[in-house]
Design a binder for this molecule. Sequence first.
Ligand SMILES: CC(C)(COP(=O)(O)OP(=O)(O)OC[C@H]1O[C@@H](n2cnc3c(N)ncnc32)[C@H](O)[C@@H]1OP(=O)(O)O)[C@@H](O)C(=O)NCCC(=O)NCCS
Length: 146
Amino acid sequence: MTTQSKHLEASSYSIISLEPTQTYALRQAVLWPDKPLTYVQLPDDAAGQHFGALVGGELRAVISLFVAGAEARFRKFATDPAWQGRGLGTALLRHITAVARAQGARTLGCDARMSTLPFYRRFGLAPAGDVFYKGDLAYVKLSCLL
Ligand SMILES: CC(C)(COP(=O)(O)OP(=O)(O)OC[C@H]1O[C@@H](n2cnc3c(N)ncnc32)[C@H](O)[C@@H]1OP(=O)(O)O)[C@@H](O)C(=O)NCCC(=O)NCCS
């Protein structure tokens, strides 16, 4: 009997750079489906670096990185629900970690939904503040050393 991993082979996806506008549809559909598209556009998007995971030419996950000196943070991290748990999020997080480190950042952080804390702990990201709320959703600041 063979067991098949649900994780994608590295050869079956690619990570590419995106323009901010290319991230909006996935950001909105995954993170804020009840809000308009304008809600997921950040004032500092132009200052960020945006990446996506492509499978078969289709964009299935996005993440946005902001590096300011020794501090890097990522925002608007989202994988298409039909593709979650296949390794795309891990690949994107590893990618931005390498990019941030190469650009001189020494810490990496984010505002995380509490529901994703177990995922982020796998990468050494740990709570660095109190729980706060955006609407009904509980968040916490996470940080790790690079
Ligand atoms: C968080 C998110 C971006 C992760 O992307 P992903 O492509 O699903 O990540 P991966 O497939 O690399 O997941 C790696 C592992 O973490 C697990 N995992 C993913 N999200 C998890 C979560 N919220 N809680 C616990 N485990 C989680 C996966 O099941 C997988 O487990 P496995 O290796 O044992 O099979 C994605 O789940 C998502 O878009 N969630 C909804 C939006 C969201 O909450 N974004 C983050 C806002 S802070």
